[in-house]
Write a protein that binds this ligand. Structure first.
Ligand code: XLS
Ligand code: MG
Length: 345
C-alpha cells in the first residue's frame, strides 16, 4: 500500500442500522452509541459524523443546559477514543413542525423552528470542536410545485444560512444536494445549485458543498464531475461515498458496489485535487443490505473503506503518460480499453 498521502475516514451512527425499510421491520438488533464508536475505531476510521440528535437525543425536549451536558459527555467519549467529530447536521426532517418544509415552509413558525434548531446544532458542533455544519435539505421542496414559489424559497434559504453565519463567525456550512426523496422534487438538487446559492449568502467563503455519490446518480449526473466542480471553487468540504443501482430510492449501497468505473473516477478526482490535504474526511454514507446478518452488520463500512483504498492504488498506478498520448491522438477507444484493462488487471 502506498505510504503517500493518507485519507481520514468517517461514518455516522445511522450507518450501522437495523435493516428496517418502508415495507418491513428491523432484521438486526439496535446497537448502543458506545458499541458503534468502538467499531468505528476498530475498523480504522478517524472521525464520526453526526446529526444534532445523534449527540443529544430528543433535542427539542432538552434545555440548553441539558443539551450542553449531553454534548460534553459525547465529546469526552470521542476524546477518550481519539476520534474527531467530522460534521454535525441539523436533523430537521422528523419534527411535526417541518411536515411542510423547514427553512422553506409556507408557515413562518416552522421556518423559525428550523433556524432555531440549526443554531442549537451549531452550539453542539462547537462543543464537539467541529466547525462544519451539513445541510441536507430533506424537506425543502414540494409534492406539487404550485404549493411553493422557488424564488421565495431561495430567499428563505439564504436568510436561514445568513442567520447561521451571523450566529457563529467560524462555522462553515456544507450543502449536501439531493434531487428528491423524501420530497417529490427537492430544492438545491445539484452541486451547481449549491454553489450558486452559496454566492447569495452574506459570507460565501463559508458556504460550500458535500457530494454524495448516490445523490448525483439520482440527479442523472456523474458524481466525480460533481465533486470536481465543487473543488474548482475550493468548496468540496466532505464527500459521502456510496453507490446506487439506477433511479430508485436512495440505496446508500457500499462504495463501488454497482458502478466500479465511476468509483475509480471519484477517487481519481479526489486524488488529483489533493482532497483531504486541508483535513477533509472521506465519509461513507452507506447501509447494510436488509438481508445482512447481525454478525456482518459493519462489513459494508469495512468493505467501502477497503474498496476506496484499493482504488487509490489503482489511481496511483494508472499510466497517466500513456493516457495523455492516447488523448493527444484522440484515440478514445484505446483509452477506454486501457482503463478497463487497468481495473481488471
Ligand atoms: C440522506 C442523506 C443523509 C445526510 C445526513 O439521503 O444522505 O444521510 O447525509 O443526514
Ligand atoms: Mg448523505
Amino acid at each position: 500500500m502506498s505510504t503517500k498521502r493518507q485519507y481520514k475516514f468517517s461514518f455516522g451512527p445511522w450507518n450501522i442500522s437495523e435493516g428496517a425499510d418502508p415495507y418491513g421491520p428491523p432484521t438486526r438488533p439496535p446497537q448502543t452509541f458506545d458499541w458503534k464508536l468502538g467499531k468505528l475505531k476498530e475498523l480504522g476510521f478517524d472521525a464520526m459524523m453526526f446529526h444534532d440528535d445523534d449527540v443529544v437525543p430528543d433535542l427539542d425536549s432538552k434545555s440548553a443546559e441539558q443539551m450542553r451536558k449531553e454534548a460534553k459527555e459525547v465529546k469526552k467519549k470521542l476524546d477518550d477514543a481519539g476520534i474527531l467529530a467530522e460534521i454535525v447536521a441539523p436533523r430537521l426532517w422528523f419534527s411535526p413542525m417541518t411536515i411542510d418544509g423547514a427553512y422553506t415552509s409556507n408557515d413562518a413558525k416552522a421556518r423559525k423552528f428550523a433556524v432555531d434548531r440549526s443554531l442549537r446544532c451549531i452550539d453542539i458542533a462547537k462543543i464537539l470542536d467541529c466547525d462544519l455544519i451539513v445541510l441536507w435539505l430533506a424537506r425543502e421542496g414540494t409534492y406539487l410545485r404550485e404549493a411553493k414559489n422557488c424564488k421565495r424559497s431561495m430567499d428563505f434559504l439564504v436568510q436561514a444560512m445568513d442567520k447561521m453565519l451571523a450566529y457563529d463567525k467560524k462555522i462553515r456550512i456544507a450543502i449536501e444536494p439531493k434531487p428528491n426523496e423524501p420530497m417529490d422534487m427537492a430544492y438545491i438538487p445539484t452541486m451547481g445549485h449549491a454553489m450558486a446559492i452559496a454566492h447569495m449568502t452574506s459570507d460565501p467563503k463559508r458556504v460550500g458543498g458535500l457530494v454524495e455519490t448516490a445523490h448525483a446518480f439520482l440527479a442523472g449526473l456523474d458524481p466525480a464531475d460533481e465533486m470536481e466542480f465543487a473543488m474548482s471553487f475550493g468548496k468540496l468540504w466532505s464527500v459521502h461515498l456510496n453507490d446506487q443501482n439506477g433511479l430508485k430510492f436512495d440505496q446508500d449501497k457500499p462504495f463501488g458496489s454497482n458502478n466500479l468505473r465511476s468509483a475509480f473516477n471519484q477517487v481519481r478526482v479526489l486524488e488529483r485535487n489533493n482532497f483531504g490535504a486541508k483535513g477533509e474526511c472521506v465519509a461513507f454514507d452507506v447501509h447494510s443490505f436488509r438481508a445482512t446478518k447481525t454478525e456482518h452488520m459493519v462489513d459494508h463500512l469495512a468493505n467501502s473503506r477497503k474498496t476506496f483504498l484499493k482504488l487509490v492504488e489503482k489511481v496511483r498506478s494508472f499510466d497517466d503518460a500513456a493516457a495523455q498520448k492516447l488523448i493527444a491522438d484522440r484515440n478514445y477507444q484505446a483509452l477506454d480499453q486501457m482503463v478497463i484493462d487497468h481495473l481488471l488487471g
